[in-house]
Design a protein around this ligand. Sequence first.
Ligand code: XMP
Length: 342
Amino acid sequence: DWVMRDHVAEAVALIREQVGDEEVILGLSGGVDSSVAAALIHRAIGDQLTCVFVDHGLLRLNEGDMVMEMFVGKLHAKVIRVDAAELFLGKLAGVSDPEAKRKVIGGEFVTVFKQEAAKLKASAAGRLGVDGLPSVKGAKWLAQGTIYPDVIESGGAKSKKAVTIKSHHNVGGLPEQLGLKLLEPLRDLFKDEVRELGVALGLPPEMVYRHPFPGPGLGVRILGEVKQEYADLLRRADAIFIEELRNCIDPATNKSWYELTSQAFTVFLPVKSVGVMGDGRTYDYVVALRAVQTSDFMTADWAELPYALLKKVSGRIINEVRGINRVTYDVSSKPPATIEWE
Ligand code: XMP
């Protein structure tokens, strides 16, 4: 709509005015806020923006490739993808406490991002002037997808998780540490407005209206110690669940069950149970499906998904993901349970 188009034009003008001909670095996570911030800043200053995408190996199936396809393939933005899966898995070996895992992932994320940002600050990021020499001395700005609720949150009381969220994505203190100026073009916007802006900028609605995904990713959806094998099994099971939620349309509302739920995902349980397949006995892992409805994520009800949908998801996971032989559905509300299992 025209209001949003106006907003895009205004935001673009403001970014150009602030940044001038200087270079900007942005940490791209694949989440809504950093994606919209990247698309907006790219619209404003094009190649003066370099995105750093730290792939910690705990993303959903094909997510890293999808981020690259969107930002490099379609928007032609400059993105440095750091494949840090091995590094993160190494650091997570032997760590099973949920908060300890969050600390490892958040801390490592900052370390890797800082290294990349420091390189970009030191170099001219490949931009050449008329004489063939670098036209810019290196990055001067750090852009973050901070939105209005983040601004309020960091001013008020912080929950333990809010601090973790902050330390993971909208990294407090990082601009100072890197000697960069802070660019936060979404600071005044609520989530709905960020989504509308994303669509106005040409990001696909499926991306912009995605369910929230925690910064530590599958790291907190694999109970206990994180292992490559578990992450691979979980990714495939979760992709099936999400695909079926998107495909299953509720006749009463004509909406998919993906749209009818606020957050849905699969949890990996590192326990084995006995099953039977053909003539043989299996002894394999268990997953739990979780789907909730909530308006604020502070309280949440488990979603009354149609049995036919659960049946289809369970059948597909057990048949298609060798290594999982049992699927359960989580019927706990928040409180007293939380949305995530860790
Ligand atoms: P819980 O499990 O506390 O989750 O009911 C509430 C919301 O917060 C998300 N969540 C996180 N997001 N880093 C994040 O970025 C985290 O460590 C984290 N833990 C929980 C969760 O997915 C849900 O949307």
